[in-house]
Design a protein around this ligand. Structure first.
Ligand SMILES: [Zn+2]
Length: 307
């Protein structure tokens, strides 16, 4: 994560090499903005890595049929990690200030939900407004996002699933257990849980991708519109094609009408341009073949083509 700092008439950066605490030195010498960018990058990186670890293990648990574990593992990434990433978008300087001043009461999720619900909703609203997938996932708005992740009273809330998978006995009205939660499941229960999992998790992941792209651009580098368009088309066509073939096909056709798609191979670092047949195959294929070395270029990752 290299970062170039220019003096622009401020104190000489020579002192930085001898500084014991780089952040403190930057702040004391007129480089507060740069210090904040470095801190935000660190938070972004660490929270995202943790988020991905939990989501990956949840997906693996679901693949093995361990529904209760797969739900339990979603709680931290979607309830906690994602909110701090959203907060970095809505007011990153505020979050930094609270973390640095160790005001944990002000940024602990449980307390915010209980005593500052307006704050939680405002973070979600601003994160949604800045999410490039907002217009494509029509059922998603910030109200839905709040109800899904934080509201016990919404019938579709993940909170209901999380409580059942994390506790054997629950007494709250909405989630009161009949015997022991999630240990005497019928075939029908399993099927219901899987349907729910695969209707909500893809939506949350696409939304999260929008959050990550936004933060990457703000803290690291801009991504060209063409590159964003190509990646967006890949993600949306694959998701929508799982329930509507023609809609999925139209996304790839319409979004990519005027864009040439070239993908870089990680093996030989050369680019492969896709022809019309390969482009339509994107709808269901997981990879394309590199025309130079024959290795697979995976489609299920973000492609930074112009780098
Ligand atoms: Zn290659």
């Amino acid at each position: 994560m290299s970062y170039t700092i220019k003096e622009n008439g401020r104190n000489s950066l020579d002192g930085l090499e001898k500084a014991e605490d780089v952040i403190e030195w930057l702040k004391k010498n007129g480089y507060e903005k740069e210090a904040n960018v470095i801190l935000k990058r660190k938070i972004f990186h660490a929270i995202l890595a943790d988020f991905l670890n939990f989501v990956l293990e949840s997906l693996k648990a679901s693949e093995k049929g361990k529904t209760s574990i797969s739900y339990a593992l979603l709680r931290k990434p979607f309830k906690d990690n994602l909110l701090y990433l959203e907060w970095l978008i809505s007011d990153g300087n505020e979050l930094l200030h609270l973390v640095e001043s160790e005001s944990t009461d002000e940024y602990e999720i449980g307390k915010i939900r209980r005593y500052k619900r307006w704050k939680l909703k405002s973070i979600l609203q601003q994160a949604m407004d800045n999410n490039e997938f907002k217009d494509h996932l029509h059922i998603l708005d910030s109200k839905y996002m709040y109800e899904l992740r934080y509201d016990y009273n919404a019938p579709f809330s993940l909170e209901l699933m999380w409580n059942k998978s994390n506790h054997l006995v629950t007494t709250m009205k909405k989630i009161q257990s009949k015997d022991f939660n999630d240990v005497f499941l019928t075939e029908e229960d399993y099927s219901e849980r899987w349907n729910y999992y695969y209707s909500k998790v893809p939506l949350l992941l696409i939304y999260s991708t929008g959050i990550v792209i936004r933060l990457y651009e703000e803290l690291f580098d801009e991504i060209s519109e063409d590159v964003k368009l190509i990646n967006k088309a890949f993600i949306l066509t694959k998701w929508i094609s799982t329930f509507d073939h023609f809609h999925g096909e139209n996304i790839i056709k319409n979004l990519l009408e005027d864009v040439e798609i070239t993908l870089k191979c990680e093996e030989c670092y050369k680019s492969t341009s896709l022809n019309d047949v390969q482009i339509l195959d994107l709808q269901y294929n997981s990879h394309v073949e590199c025309k130079h070395c024959g290795e697979y270029i995976r489609l299920s990752e973000y492609h930074f083509n112009d780098k």
